[in-house]
Design a protein around this ligand. Structure first.
Ligand SMILES: [Zn+2]
Ligand SMILES: [Zn+2]
Length: 332
């Protein structure tokens, strides 16, 4: 099969690699389309913690089951699936208490195991979500980012009737805006790139602005989808007393801002981190299949595998919203 391989930091190649064979608990998925996200750019740049190079990146995808290991039950060949890319052990103290995304032995497709920018990918059969008929394979890659956002919404708790500020209008910020508006929040959306705000109202935003001060207010709930320390500092400054701030964005290592602990005490703020997917994958698939999110606004036509480098650069520069790579021709 053909695959995009990051041989080491900064070194991407489109090359022929052996087809994967399923271990007992695995199935082989013929990848249809794979979305590119910031994590893939960090894998290429070599600044994303534990990555085992060489690695095939890519973890936001849909495809068709073409083979199954002996112990992978319930997934017939031909089943259309999205796949939770998290690898967790189900045995450590975190997994056993339900915090599978905090697994002490965890990893993931596209970082510690071969990912989906390839004709085929071997995945844990138990992490496959059969797709509802109304969800196309080209859209299935959005299940994973939506499941991450849904986990953040779970972590935040009720927002009904509350004022919510979302920082960052990339795919994660827009999906967060939509879910928080669906949950009854009154959502405002900020991104310094004005062109990204155009879709804001379709994703539930009441007001949009290119800077927090443009909107002139304070909010019960602030959600950061930028990972930019300056944006988090801005968000913290406009969080109301007893308010909550959720952090979803990934900063590079060592990026920080001045922080006054007593301010959190005095205002009784709640700061919530939200990392990946926790019991939200199936719900995200059903939410997407319901067709109420205007996901067509996130997508342009997918690029071929040979243009993976360009796709990663587009994601890095924030061009377009969700860049995708089509893999259906890479299986031969
Ligand atoms: Zn991602
Ligand atoms: Zn575990």
């Amino acid at each position: 099969m053909r695959a995009a391989v990051v041989r080491g930091p900064g070194d991407l190649a489109i090359t022929e690699v052996p087809d994967p064979a399923p271990r007992d608990h695995e199935v082989i998925v013929a990848v249809d389309t794979c979305g590119i996200c910031g994590t893939d750019v960090h894998v290429l740049d070599g600044d994303y913690g534990v990555v085992r190079y060489p690695v095939i990146p890519g973890h936001e995808f849909g495809g068709i089951v073409v083979a199954a290991g002996r112990a992978a039950r319930g997934l017939a060949t031909g089943t259309r699936v999205a796949v939770d890319p998290m690898d967790y052990c189900d045995a450590c103290s975190m997994c056993r208490s339900g915090w599978t995304n905090m697994c002490l032995n965890g990893g993931g497709l596209g970082t510690t195991a071969p990912g989906a920018l390839a004709g085929y990918v071997a995945v844990n059969g138990a992490r496959c979500e059969p797709l509802p008929d109304t969800l196309g394979l080209g859209e299935a890659g959005l299940v994973e980012p939506l499941a991450c956002v849904l986990h953040a919404v779970d972590r935040l708790g009720p927002v009904l009737g509350q004022d919510v500020l979302v920082l960052g209008a990339g795919p994660i910020g827009l999906l967060a805006s939509a879910l928080l508006a669906m949950s009854g929040g009154r959502v405002d959306l900020v991104d310094r790139r004005a062109e990204r705000l155009a879709a804001g109202s379709r994703f539930g935003a009441r007001r949009t602005g290119t800077a927090v001060r443009e909107l002139d207010g304070t909010w019960d709930v602030v959600v950061d989808a930028t990972g930019n320390p300056a944006a988090v500092a801005d968000g913290l400054a406009v969080t109301r007393r007893a308010g909550r701030i959720a952090l979803l964005g990934i900063s590079g290592p060592g990026r920080s801002f001045a922080f006054e602990p007593f301010d959190v005490v005095a205002r009784e703020l709640t700061i919530v981190g939200a990392n990946s997917v926790r019991h939200t994958f199936g719900r995200a698939a059903r939410l997407l299949a319901a067709g109420t999110l205007p996901v067509e606004l996130l997508h342009e036509p997918p690029l071929p595998l040979t243009a993976t480098g360009e796709a990663l650069e587009r994601s890095r520069r924030g061009q377009g919203l969700k860049t995708r790579v089509r893999l259906a021709e890479a299986a031969a």
